[in-house]
Design a protein around this ligand. Structure first.
Ligand code: S3P
Length: 173
């Protein structure tokens, strides 16, 4: 198994903020699959969705998955849809410890709507997004660890995560 820490979860779960702070605390590099894709393509995620469609974006995620195999010791934040393909949870777990940042739908949805431009939210009713959230849960649930972020601060999430990672290391043979 690889030694990266991989964050998964729905849009608005806090993967980027938690990942950045966790990487700083651990003295590791921080990588985001969305950034790998935008750098590779030379355009933003909303531009990719608008100009090439979701299917093209998902193909770029496939390519990003291949490049992740080269990473070691990094903290990696994945896009919300990246783990949600058959075989992906296993492929991610082969790269390191996969952590699901979970939270109440209401909190996650509000955060996702407030911050950043998210093409998956555009033109979709709240009920549709909630259905997507539930459809994705079985994929996220295959993570090694789940951290509930509901009602706690960013600092508290990172502390909880550091403890869980530490316990996991000390339990491993
Ligand atoms: C997506 C989530 C986004 C980004 C893209 C698609 C999704 O990342 O990868 O807009 O399908 O949930 P965040 O989870 O960081 O918002």
């Amino acid at each position: 198994m690889g030694d990266n820490v991989i964050l998964v979860g729905f849009m608005g779960a806090g993967k980027s903020s938690v990942g950045r702070l966790l990487a700083r605390r651990l003295g590791r590099c921080f990588v985001e699959t969305d950034d790998m894709i935008t750098v590779q393509e030379g355009r933003s995620i909303p531009e990719i969705f608008a100009q090439r469609g979701e299917a093209h974006f998902r193909a770029l995620e496939e390519e990003a998955m291949r490049l992740l195999a080269l990473k070691s010791g990094d903290v990696i934040a994945t896009g919300g849809g990246l783990p949600c393909r058959d075989g992906r949870p296993q492929a991610l777990r082969a790269l390191g410890t996969v952590v699901w940042l979970r939270g109440d739908f209401d909190a996650v949805y509000e955060r996702a709507r407030r911050a950043g431009e998210r093409p998956m939210l555009a033109g979709r009713a709240r009920e549709e997004i909630e259905a997507l959230y539930h459809a994705r849960e079985p994929y996220y649930r295959q993570a090694d660890l789940a951290i509930d972020t509901t009602g706690i601060t960013l600092d508290q999430v990172v502390s909880k995560l550091l403890l869980a990672l530490h316990d996991r290391v000390s339990l491993s043979p």
